[in-house]
Ligand binder design. Sequence first.
Ligand SMILES: [Mg+2]
Length: 194
Amino acid sequence: MKRLVIAVDCDDVLVSTTPYFVDTYNNTYGTSGTLEYAHSPDPSVWGASEEVILERWSGIKRTDGYKGLSPDPDEVKVLRNLAKIHELHLVTARKEEERDFTQAMLDKHLDGVFTSMEFVGWEGSKGDVCQALRADVLIDDSFRHLVSARDCGVGGLLWFGDYPWQTEDIGDMPIVRCRNWREVEAEIERIASN
Ligand SMILES: [Mg+2]
């Protein structure tokens, strides 16, 4: 079996971030927004101007709930198995200022699983980071990051999750849908055996 370099996204792949944001937002501001609209600051859904919505999202990023989001036990098992054979890197669009609590989450639940943690930021290119890492695989819930990785020559593109906001059409993109970590494990095994 081939040893792969695998880049793993953090939010909505490693930890369940968007459902936490939507629940917290609705409970705090009395709205009834759904996951489908989680990534669009639509005033008619979130009950405020775009500017205020973005401020509120930023406020939720400062909560202990967000900082304490952690992976579930089944997923931890899969990641530990993968790390025995492959080289794993956390590649996240989180900002540099979120490094400390992200590192604390890894130390607590996934100690020794990741070789490095890369903070791309909201504007950065995951493709560039994957290329620098010589990543064979990117696991991400966000279609645009998979496109960016494809453009930078990453061959293994795993579209993680089964979320209402994943509305893009795969078209002829060489992307494999993995709805959960068991499917990820099977797909990685297939890629590594080829
Ligand atoms: Mg994500």
